[in-house]
Design a protein around this ligand. Structure first.
Ligand code: A3P
Length: 252
């Protein structure tokens, strides 16, 4: 597993690694019971992080709110040490576009038309959506990997949270599960300062441009893609994902 991880990491690091943490990342070795979350940007990283933390702490909200989410789950590309979580490419592109608009540490996305090209060519900071998703999908049966879809969690959060719980070797009762479903809802996480990034300075993330907890829905791509863009995207998608059995839900 280590080799794959390093390859993935290298991809991520191209732009964000610093000389200081490169050796740390290269020498990172997972312990047998480490749980690594591996998401493509904007696929619901924060959401699955909160779900995992809630399960880990048996639904204890106080314990989950001990610190902001970025500190509770350190990012491997930032300092230390994947569970892949995938979201359909079109919604990811939309979410990523708005994220780049508000995040001053990331390149300006330009116009939506320009960003469309950037994204399909994989010229975004953390690399190509296609490479990420294909890579992890192919690996999922070879390692102990739980592959989750954003759209599934959205449709049936309790069912998906139960899957994560089992994967983590936990057994929580019904009331605790229900509480986790509630606490990790979009509405709750949008209000929660420990998850909504409101503590990040405006000079880094300007939430007045676009909130970090933006819409949290499936299918917002329909409000962004033109008919021509959609056709072009579907064609590129077919080529790039050829031979992959993965299937995404595009609307609920
Ligand atoms: P949108 O921009 O489409 O609203 P990441 O954490 O990987 O950066 O992903 C952010 C995306 O996940 C944003 O998507 C955000 O709104 C969405 N998100 C965060 N928490 C969520 C939740 N509890 N339920 C649904 N979507 C959530």
């Amino acid at each position: 597993g280590k080799q794959i991880k390093l390859k993935e990491v290298e991809g991520t690091l191209l732009q964000l690694a610093t000389v200081d943490n490169w050796s740390q990342i290269q020498s990172f070795e997972a312990k047998p019971d480490d749980l690594l979350i591996c998401t493509y940007p904007k696929a619901g990283t924060t959401w699955i992080q909160e779900i995992v933390d809630m399960i880990e702490h048996n639904g204890d909200v106080e314990k989950c709110q001990r610190a902001i989410i970025q500190q509770r789950h350190p990012f491997i590309e930032w300092a230390r040490p994947p569970q892949p979580s995938a979201r359909n490419a079109k919604d990811c592109m939309v979410s990523y576009y708005h994220f780049q608009r508000m995040n001053h540490k990331l390149p300006d996305p330009g116009t939506w038309e320009e960003y469309f090209e950037t994204f399909i060519n994989g010229k975004v900071v953390w690399g190509s959506w296609f490479d990420h998703v294909k890579g992890w999908w192919e690996m999922k049966d070879r390692y102990q990997i739980l592959f989750l879809f954003y759209e599934d969690i959205k449709r049936d959060p309790k069912h998906e949270i139960q899957k994560v719980m089992k994967f983590m070797g936990k057994n929580l009762d019904e009331t605790v599960l229900d509480k986790i479903v509630q606490e990790t809802s979009f509405e709750k996480m949008k209000e929660n300062p420990m998850t909504n990034r409101s503590t990040v300075s405006k000079s880094i993330m300007d939430q007045s441009i676009s909130p970090f907890m933006r819409k949290g829905t499936v299918g917002d791509w329909k409000n962004h893609f033109t008919v021509a863009q959609n056709e072009r995207f579907d064609e590129i998608y077919r080529k790039k994902m050829e031979g992959t059995s993965i299937n995404f839900c595009m609307e609920l």
